[in-house]
Design a protein around this ligand. Structure first.
Ligand code: 3ON
Ligand code: FE
Length: 492
């Protein structure tokens, strides 16, 4: 018996990288090729967003986050399912498809052809509309954290226009791609909470709460010292929680046409993460709490417990910096540290009433397996959640592509895992509550799985109470969907 031997890879890198081929076509069809049965009470639409093009007229893009947004809608009704996808007709997409080549630079390193001279001092960035898709206040919105949302037609997915939320957003103003829905927003009705960052030497953070009709309930603006790269946040009934990752920004390589702005972000290992705890109402002061250095894109959830706020997040050892010139299609996962599930406890009592930093060193690793894209039951946002669902690597150790769905029970510490390895690669799991149910895990997990051997994607439906039984239904699409980012469920 060999001890300490590295487990054999659960995937083939070449097969994995095929999931990053462009999908230039737009489809509209009933899904006929189905294994198992779609639950009759699964009634609504799964919306997904993500980069649809990984090249522009044959010019490869530098990073998947630079890909033009493509929205897929999988509509379920009466045990049947319909698929449709459309590119978001952003100004950049329309112009570039006409020109057959990149006309804009991307945040993560995509350059216009012609070398640095062709890119020098061109500081325009295209709004990609590629990160999330939500339906709120009677609007279907494709989100991208660097600028305002695009509004789409919910029936056809046609792009209608940029949307400034009835004048709430200034032209070009950011509206993050991670809004939270507070199930008890204005006492009884849910509300949507989102933020905007205007980065600089000092950064401006604006937070909105919108009622069910999309009208503002509350708005506040805060000045945060230093550069901010904040992708996501968390809410509790009383607070907004922001993790300001320890990064700095040197814009000169961007100005000089050498790098994208996302490649000008440096991780400052020696600095802690600053957590900003901002009261949602009243004029209590903002609290700054310092926690261990590290980088967070996504939070699972947060909740209040006595004088503490508990925040569960996916933590990276550092910002996964992109080496200029490296090809993401051949990512060497062995060189990467895994992203893992952590629990932070923030002590609100520390020096009540002042902003003195509180250095806090204790954080707890909940799950060491490499994971990303956390989801919970939507009714538990801001409350102590028992279950979390994640995309996760097949093996317990090391960094690897996401090939399975992991469910963790925070009460017992037990996990369930369903894997699509060796040929399948999963996307974000979306939790869909079963209509009429109350249990926290009563519902389904739906995810898009890229089946590399067939170069096609499946939609899988798992029973959230028992992931290990495997998919209740597997819907075979006629084509692939490139690896995506986020999505949501809209019930009928
Ligand atoms: O000054 C700059 C201006 C600007 C527009 C600052 C800046 C770099 C923060 C910025 C824009 C940032 C943007 C647009 C960020 C977009 C991020 C994005 C599209 C996606 C992030 C995804 C995160 C994760 C963790 C994805 C994981 C994926 C997998 C594990 C596998 O597929
Ligand atoms: Fe995200």
């Amino acid at each position: 018996m060999q001890l300490n031997s590295a487990p054999s890879l659960s995937y083939d890198l070449q097969q994995w990288s095929q999931g990053y081929q462009s999908q230039p076509h737009e489809y509209d069809y009933w899904i006929e090729d189905i294994e198992g049965e779609i639950p009759q009470d699964l009634d609504g639409t799964l919306l997904r967003n993500g980069p649809g093009l990984l090249d522009i007229g044959g010019y490869p893009i530098a990073h998947p986050f630079d890909g033009d947004g493509m929205v897929s809608a999988i509509a379920f009704r009466g045990g049947r399912a319909h698929y449709r996808n459309r590119f978001v007709r952003t100004q950049g997409y329309v112009e570039e498809q006409k020109a057959g080549k990149p006309l804009y630079r991307g945040v993560f390193g995509t350059q216009k052809p012609g070398g640095w001279l062709a890119n020098l001092f061109d500081l325009r960035i295209k709004n990609l509309a590629n990160t999330h898709i939500i339906y709120w206040g009677d609007r279907l919105l494709a989100l991208w954290e660097g600028a305002e949302p695009h509004r789409l037609d919910p029936q056809t997915l046609e792009t209608l226009a940029l949307d400034h939320l009835d004048g709430l957003l200034k032209p070009g103003q950011a509206f993050s791609a991670h809004p939270k829905i507070d199930p008890y927003g204005d006492r009884t009705n849910p509300c949507l909470v989102n933020f905007s960052i205007q980065p600089g030497l000092k950064s401006q953070l604006t937070i909105w709460e919108l009622n069910r009709n999309g009208q503002p309930l509350r708005q506040s603006t805060h000045e945060i010292p230093g550069f901010c790269f904040i992708h996501d946040f968390a809410i509790t009934p009383q607070y907004y929680v922001f993790f300001q990752n320890p990064v700095s920004f040197n814009p000169f390589p961007f100005f000089l046409g050498l790098r994208g702005p996302g490649e000008c972000i440096n991780f400052d290992r020696q600095n802690p993460t600053q957590v900003w705890v901002i009261p949602r109402q009243g004029n209590q002061p903002i609290k700054k709490i310092e926690v261990n250095s590290g980088f967070v894109f996504h939070h699972v959830n947060a909740f209040e417990e006595g004088n503490q706020i508990v925040v569960d997040s996916i933590g990276y050892e550092s910002f996964p910096e992109v080496e200029p010139g490296s090809d993401f299609r051949y990512t060497d996962f062995n060189q990467l540290a895994p992203s893992q599930l952590w629990r932070f406890r923030l002590d609100l009592n520390h020096k009540r009433g002042d902003n003195a930093p509180h250095r806090w060193r204790d954080r707890q690793l909940l799950e060491s397996r490499c994971c990303e894209f956390p989801q919970i039951h939507p009714q538990w946002v801001g409350k102590s959640h028992r279950y979390v669902y994640l995309g996760a690597a097949h093996h317990h150790q090391g960094s690897a592509p996401l090939q399975g769905i992991l469910k963790r029970d925070n009460q017992s510490g037990e996990t369930q895992f369903w894997s699509a390895a060796p040929h399948g690669f999963v996307s974000e799991p979306v939790f869909i509550p079963q209509p009429g149910s109350e249990g926290e895990d009563e519902g389904w997990i739906v995810s898009v799985v890229y089946e590399s051997q067939k170069h096609r994607s499946d939609i899988i439906i798992l029973d959230a109470q028992n992931l290990e039984r495997g998919p209740t239904a597997r819907l075979h699409l006629q084509h692939h969907i490139p690896y995506g980012l986020h999505g949501s469920w809209i019930s009928n």
